[in-house]
Design a protein around this ligand. Sequence first.
Ligand SMILES: C[S@@+](CC[C@H](N)C(=O)[O-])C[C@H]1O[C@@H](n2cnc3c(N)ncnc32)[C@H](O)[C@@H]1O
Length: 366
Amino acid sequence: MISSSEAVGGVWSCGPPTGRVRNKNYLWRVKSPASHLRHCTSPYFTSKVVTPPLHYICPGLFKASSQVRQLPLRYASTRQPPKMTGQVNIDPKDIQAHLSSYEGDKYVEGWAALWDKGDSLPWDRGFPNPALEDVLVQRRAIIGGPIAQDAQGRLYRRKALVPGCGRGVDVLLLASFGYDAYGLEYSASAVEVCKKEAKEHHSRYPVQDQALGRGKVSFVQGDFFDDAWLQKIEGSANGFDLVYDYTFFCALRPVLRPKWALRHTQLLAPSPAGKLICLEFPLHKDPQAAGPPYGLSSEMYMAHLTHPGEEIPYDDKGRVQYDPQQGPSEAGLERVAYWQPERTHKVGQGENGVIHDRVSVWSRRT
Ligand SMILES: C[S@@+](CC[C@H](N)C(=O)[O-])C[C@H]1O[C@@H](n2cnc3c(N)ncnc32)[C@H](O)[C@@H]1O
């Protein structure tokens, strides 16, 4: 059980307007009355790339310097990629050919058949993207910490969802930071791989803060676009405080994009608590080239997420026709932060190490 005096984890992640982080090597843990939790886990923070120090957002939190102690940040700075446990036994080109033989709604069965063939597919890096680690460590003022307080003053763990979680490494990472983490996979075989990963590689995901502890981990089989899996985990619509979308949007047939955006609005908790984190990838692939992964752009994320469920026009080069001046629709999400991550998987970098990936964070308008 977490006591209210222990439950707040603040992160100093102030930076100049370029979004560079000045001090990324330390977590600041703060002893704070529970009354501050509300503010800190649900900061009202819009349209800024730079994360301000927490005391800008919740002035009461940093009352006295004696209340603040510095913790060395073990995870992000020292972590080495583990060796892959399985074999990359399917060629990416074969994947495209394979999936193209599954028509319409059967597409998702194509993914399941792939997982049935091999437990380590080409998109699987075997460890979480360091860009996600950096979000969890450095951007807590935007996404909120793992613990919140309900209307009755009870503390609870916030829920994080990873749709199309693959091997489940991001789910395990989120739980190690204290979130109750849910991994959704259509493939039953992938769910088994996730459970094996959790069992065999538990030690790769040490608890990040002993005061906050580890969140619960649940892997569930189901289709992102229907509700059956929600019932299995006794979840509810708009019940997820964080949703992390990486290599999921790009895995879907382009025709599913309006539905994908709409589904996020149905799963994400109301504003300001609910945050969708998109690690945008692949931004350097020609959108007309064969997929998956389908080449994307930040404009595509923007056009679809701000107008969920709507057909978005594309030009003959596969570029989205989107006017950046256009605001979100009533049901649309708002982009509350956007930046170039300092680290990401190699697959999100150009030959010279230039990072193509971007991180965007989205919130419902109500
Ligand atoms: C490209 S893989 C990415 C896996 C993981 N995110 C990673 O980075 O390693 C996409 C995953 O989404 C899953 N998937 C595709 N469509 C889905 C759907 N409608 N519902 C749930 N999972 C789905 C596939 O089984 C596949 O494992």
